[in-house]
Design a protein around this ligand. Structure first.
Ligand code: ZN
Length: 297
């Protein structure tokens, strides 16, 4: 069961969050049929988005969007308060040979571009307040550094971000995934940052620890060393999309009567694929006729 925790450390001067996202990333990879390198990239973005959104409130939505000139073209992940996350990669087949050290060349497929964070509230109950949008250029394209760079440049929060997705040859393709995010509040003692940096430097590799059974709290301990912390919240996380047949019908309806009539005439039906989860919704001739008969079309 995937889990996301968040809390405070060093006398409430440091915000901490950690997550195990193995099943979530597995589901994303299964749905989008991603290449090995694209799987690692998507897994990191999904995990980072969950961490960044660890204290989302009801009706909040957090979107991380990468627009890149690299072969991935773009990566999007969207998290809501109850632990649901969905995401996709524009070119799921983007891939490069593994690096000599066995790592995946994520920065090679991401390349240059922009990293956006969009925070919205109340979207689902019709309260369309202006979203907050922050953006920075892509720093390294390795994703974790890009989250840290964004936090520093756009929100003035010095942070440490570790994101990992470990693949294996046999099914399931994603062996494990998870991450840690440490955010220094303005009141934090600079020595604490130095201590955390040093602890991380000497800690086992994140994905090795998760592979060996580390849970979310173990990842925090690995990062904080002797620094005291307190966990303030915990939730289950999962890949889940909010698309539905009804929404597909709404979307087709919104095209207008003439367009729906022409789809009925020429295509005898419509198939719509949700970009976020790859579900396909098929509207039959009867479904299209019903739309034309309804008042709203
Ligand atoms: Zn969907």
């Amino acid at each position: 069961m995937d889990k996301l925790i968040h809390g405070l450390a060093a006398d409430a001067t440091v915000r901490v969050m950690a997550a195990i996202t193995t099943d979530t990333v597995r589901e994303a990879v299964r749905r989008h049929n991603t290449s090995p390198t694209a799987s690692v990239a998507l897994g990191r973005v999904i995990t980072g988005t969950l961490l960044l959104g660890s204290s989302l409130k009801e009706f909040d939505r957090l979107t991380v969007k990468i627009e890149s000139k690299g072969s991935v073209e773009g990566i999007v992940a969207e998290a809501v308060a109850d632990g649901k996350v969905r995401g996709y990669i524009k070119n799921p087949l983007a891939d490069l040979p593994q690096k000599p050290d066995g790592g995946f060349d994520v920065s090679g497929i991401v390349g240059k571009g922009m990293f956006f964070v969009i925070r919205e509230s109340g979207f689902d109950i019709g309260l369309h307040r202006k979203p907050y949008i922050g953006s920075v250029p892509i720093e390294t394209g390795e994703i974790a550094e890009d989250f840290a760079f964004y936090l520093m440049k756009s929100e003035q929060i010095p942070s440490a971000v570790l994101l990992g997705t470990l693949l294996q040859r046999e099914d399931p393709f994603v062996h494990c995934a998870g991450g840690v995010m440490i955010q220094m509040l303005p009141t934090a003692n600079p020595n604490v940052a130095v201590m955390i940096e040093d602890t991380i430097l000497h800690a086992p590799k994140l994905t090795d620890a998760i592979r060996d059974g580390a849970g979310a709290e173990d990842l925090l301990k690995m990062t904080l060393g002797v620094i005291d912390y307190e966990i303030l919240g915990e939730k289950q996380v999962r890949f889940e999309c909010n698309c539905s047949f009804e929404r597909a019908v709404q979307l087709i309806t919104s095209l207008g009567r003439a367009e729906v009539a022409s789809i009925l005439e020429e295509d005898k039906g419509a198939a719509m694929t949700c970009g976020f989860c790859n579900n396909v919704y098929t509207l039959t001739e009867d479904d299209l006729r019903k739309i034309l008969e309804s008042e709203t079309a």
